[in-house]
Design a protein around this ligand. Structure first.
Ligand code: EPZ
Length: 426
């Protein structure tokens, strides 16, 4: 297992190019299971999650390949008799659940390991099962596997709102299955994330009829088969937000290139409220840093609200903003593993139920910290950029799941990060 050794205190400058979206690419790759012809998905970021999903699809009888040089994923169905997504792969990535809808829709049978929890919460799948059952899928849960069977799927009216609002991957699963169901499906309280819009674009490129993606009401008119498609995924809005926050924290006038402004409204609004300027230019999003930043209150919500995947990174920024800020996590109430690690760096954050109370401090000091999940790792790297002295972030395999070469991108901007093998077991 590797670690990052970060020398704090170096300002950043220049332009960073945003990679393709991990959370758009993964469900799109899974949707290729339904294609009667080969699929090509471009701008797919070179991440361990992409390699894991490619492995899952190979297990499911796909000729699936990912080329990191061209960031291109290609897949075609070879053997439809292989319908089991094994625990050994699913345990590495919860997003493997996004093969469930496409697989049972395309083959009438799917056996997918029941996804476990992770550092950010228990991660239930009741909405996935509710939505697919409404289309005619019958489920059995046994020996840690979801076993799904269906003859002909039939369109239905489905309400997909849950205790925490909409569900991104449940919406993706139901949208995919509905694309091959008989008749019309109306999904209300659908997730409206840009990644869902991208999946709908891919399905329609394959010959599906999906309308309303990006709103909370999606209408899918089923077709008898789906062809292949050649499609390019959107830029990663979470990576873009992470670099905007890196610029704010290091007070660096960075340019973030390739981000879609409209995908970042909530994040940009909050950064502006803190006092950071974000200019839209032909070169991209230019950050105008501020010496005097203001404390704010943030609540994470489904899109277009403030994204839960940017909560930890924003907390790292607010740890250095004089005054008291409040961050309330409404999507994954336990998503605060980064609080204890930020406090090890000298932050003053305490948890009050689903809210973190952040008393800004004047400086952070370098320490050994432990990454726990993808976005918490990013927050610790950002904190290390400004902490005095050296910060060692352990277990950075978490960060490699969702950020493409983050240390190389940051070093090109002036950071001093080394990726080293970590000694011993920890
Ligand atoms: C997607 O996960 C993203 N992952 C997550 O990003 C992101 O945090 C999340 O959406 C919310 O935006 C991918 O797209 C691969 P949800 P997903 O279903 O779809 C509850 C990252 O860092 N829920 O939208 O699994 C759930 O517990 C990752 O890139 C149910 O109650 O999340 C949560 O509280 C982390 N029942 C809320 O809904 C269900 O059946 C939203 O979860 C499903 C979810």
């Amino acid at each position: 297992m590797d670690k990052f050794v970060i020398e704090g205190g170096h300002p950043l400058s220049g332009t960073v190019e945003i990679s393709g979206s991990k959370n758009a690419a993964l469900p799109l790759m899974a949707a290729a299971l339904m294609a009667a012809r080969p699929c090509v998905v471009r701008n797919v970021p070179s991440l361990s999650d992409v390699r894991t999903m490619t492995g899952v699809l190979r297990e499911l009888g796909m000729d699936a390949d990912y080329d990191p040089a061209s960031r291109t994923f290609t897949a075609s169905v070879r053997d439809t008799s292989r319908c089991t997504a094994p625990y050994s792969l699913v345990k590495k990535m919860r997003a493997s659940i996004s093969v469930l809808g496409p697989l049972v829709a395309a083959r009438g049978y799917a056996k997918v390991s029941y996804p476990g929890g992770c550092a950010i919460g228990t991660r239930p799948i009741d909405l996935h099962l509710k939505g697919l059952s409404a289309l005619g899928v019958r489920f059995k849960i046994e020996h840690g596997y979801i076993i799904a069977r269906a003859e002909r799927l039939k369109g239905a009216e489905i309400y997909l709102g849950g205790h925490y609002g909409s569900s991104v991957l449940a919406t993706a699963n139901v949208m995919c299955a509905a694309a091959l169901a008989e008749g019309e499906t109306v999904i209300s309280h659908a997730a409206a994330e840009p990644e869902i819009v991208d999946l709908a674009g891919f399905l329609n490129a394959m010959g599906a009829s999906v309308e309303g993606a990006g709103s909370t009401r999606v209408v899918v008119r089923g077709v008898s088969s789906l062809s292949g498609a050649d499609y390019s995924v959107i830029p990663d809005r979470i990576e873009a937000a992470t670099f905007l926050i890196a610029a704010a924290m290091t007070r660096s006038p960075l340019t973030v290139k390739g981000a879609v402004y409209a995908h970042l409204n909530a994040v940009i609004d909050k950064l502006q409220e803190v006092g950071v300027g974000i200019l839209r230019t032909d070169a991209g999003l230019e950050v105008v840093p501020s010496e005097r930043m203001r404390p704010v209150e943030i609540t994470t919500l489904p899109y277009p609200g403030f994204p839960t995947d940017v909560q930890a990174q924003m907390m790292a920024l607010l740890a250095l903003v004089r005054g008291t800020s409040f961050v309330t996590e409404r999507i994954f109430p336990d998503r605060f593993m980064h609080v204890a690690e930020l406090n090890r760096l000298g932050a003053d954050i305490r948890r009050a139920g689903p809210t973190a109370v952040i008393n800004g401090v004047s400086r952070l000091s370098g320490a050994h910290v432990m990454a726990s999940d993808l976005r918490a790792s990013a927050a610790l790297v950002l904190a290390g950029l400004v902490a005095e002295g050296t910060t060692e972030v352990l277990r950075i395999y978490h960060i490699d799941r969702g950020y493409e070469r983050i240390e190389e991108k940051l070093n090109l901007l002036g950071a001093r990060i080394k990726r080293l093998p970590a000694e011993g077991v920890y």
